[in-house]
Design a protein around this ligand. Structure first.
Ligand code: FAD
Length: 412
């Protein structure tokens, strides 16, 4: 089959690899000059940076499997660490290298800055959610869910709310409790200890997947068209015409606001949340105690140590930071970091539509359309997860497997 994949983000790359491996003659259309979409590398002032700082978890199984398949070794490309959440208020939760679920129980009881009664209440609550298989009766906001569970203490402020904002890029008072529960199921609630590990990229994003995937696709005969924006897609009796070129089938793997232009039947409409990444270059010997720290505001949420004195501060979701210009933001973040010395260089990257706003009850269309030779892929189509790399990769695999005629996967 001659199959087109429109969009070379992580969803489109996953779909293209899966189709090509199954023997399809694949053409990948990507509007940008590089692949990777929202998770791509960018060149700034002679440096290779990421379009935004990303964090992965050990639970990103399909993403890690895809990397291995195209020859990118996650063991070499990530700094893998047991989860730690540390902030400057004295709060610290560190998971030990014990088998699951002991590691979470131990981490919770050893957490610093939280009283025993609250720890017991939380352990009890987590057991209850597990017994319900992380399935809520009705989707509500994370704040409502935590209120109902009596999670109103320090763990809410220093663990659940920051985790919710990091995972869903949507603040707790707006975020979907059901999507958050699924994130907890596949991380803290997973029977595999390694699923809770933090994976901090050691290299730029291009090297993690987009570049090895393009090389793999080219080596396996796929036709890769970068810098090529598709303008029209028209179903025909025998398949689909893309800018008047005939294909047997197509996967539209673009972000939802772009999908509606090509496929007006895709009826889901979203609010979006922004993310800013503020890169600050300090003296090359500058080091954080742990490569990922919770900044705890007022503007920044996390800071990641990229090595050689380069720090990446992450500002998730709408907030007052949007009113500051780049210089003001860089100054504010330096103040929040409280490090010795001044940054000698900075770069602010703002993504206005970084993710869809992951609220209760939003419509997720899935991969199937009314036309059986046209599939959708992209983080927004994978209903269980918020906007994440793993959701994007799984969506691409699902769409491709529908066309190949395989079941998406027994496990998901
Ligand atoms: C700053 C930032 C930080 C993030 N942090 C994290 C994180 O820590 N962990 C995590 O898991 N996720 C994170 N995410 C979310 C993650 O990046 C996305 O969920 C994922 O990249 C979405 O991939 P996608 O393939 O679905 O869509 P996209 O990446 O949007 O890919 C769509 C592609 O389609 C192309 N395209 C659009 N229209 C056309 C057309 N007409 N013709 C051809 N090509 C077209 C676009 O150029 C783009 O390359 C973050 C996102 C941002 C922006």
């Amino acid at each position: 089959m001659k199959t087109a994949v429109i969009g070379g983000g992580w969803a489109g790359l996953a779909a293209a690899v899966e189709l090509t491996a199954a023997g399809h003659q694949t053409t990948l259309f990507e509007a940008g000059r590089v692949a990777g979409g929202r998770a791509r590398s960018v060149d700034v002032d002679g440096r290779r940076l990421d379009n935004g700082q990303h964090i992965l978890l050990g639970a990103y199984r399909e993403t890690l499997a895809l990397m291995r398949r195209v020859g990118a070794d996650p063991d070499r490309l990530f700094d893998r660490r047991p989860l730690q959440i540390i902030d400057r208020s004295g709060f610290r939760l560190a998971l030990p290298r014990l088998p699951a679920p002991l590691h979470v129980a131990w981490g919770l009881f050893a957490a610093k800055g939280v009283g025993l009664a609250e720890k017991l209440r939380t352990a009890w609550w987590m057991e209850g959610i597990k017994a319900l298989r992380f399935q809520l009766d009705a989707d509500v906001t994370v704040s409502q869910w935590l209120d109902a569970a009596g999670q109103t203490g320090r763990l809410r402020r220093h663990l659940w709310e920051p985790l919710c904002l990091a995972a869903l890029n949507t603040p707790a008072h707006l975020a979907s409790a059901q999507r958050f529960a699924y994130v907890l199921r596949d991380s803290l609630g997973s029977p595999r200890r390694a699923d809770t590990d933090l994976l901090i990229p050691k290299v730029d994003f291009g090297q993690l997947l987009p570049e090895p995937a393009l090389a793999w696709l080219a080596a396996h005969g796929a036709d890769i068209r970068l810098g090529r924006r598709v303008e029209t897609l028209q179903p025909t009796p025998s398949g689909v015409d893309i800018d008047d070129e005939p294909f047997d089938a197509a996967i539209i793997a673009t972000a939802p606001q772009h999908t509606t232009r090509l496929w007006p039947d895709m009826s889901a409409r979203y609010d979006f949340e922004p993310i800013a990444t503020v890169y600050l270059q300090f003296d090359r010997h500058t080091r954080l105690d742990f490569p990922l720290l919770n900044l705890d505001g007022p503007f920044g949420q996390w800071v990641v140590d990229r090595g050689d004195g380069l720090l990446a501060c992450v500002l998730s979701g709408h907030g007052d930071w949007e009113h500051l210009d780049d210089a003001g933001l860089a100054t504010a973040l330096q103040r929040e970091l409280q490090l010795d010395g001044q940054a000698t260089w900075y770069k602010v990257i703002r993504e206005k539509r970084a993710t869809f706003s992951c609220r209760p009850g939003i419509h997720r269309p899935g991969e199937i359309t009314a036309h059986r030779q046209v599939m959708l892929a992209g983080d927004y189509t994978f209903a269980e997860y918020p906007s994440t790399l793993e959701g994007a990769v799984r969506s691409g695999l699902r769409a491709a497997r529908q066309l190949i005629g395989q079941s998406p996967a027994a496990s998901w």
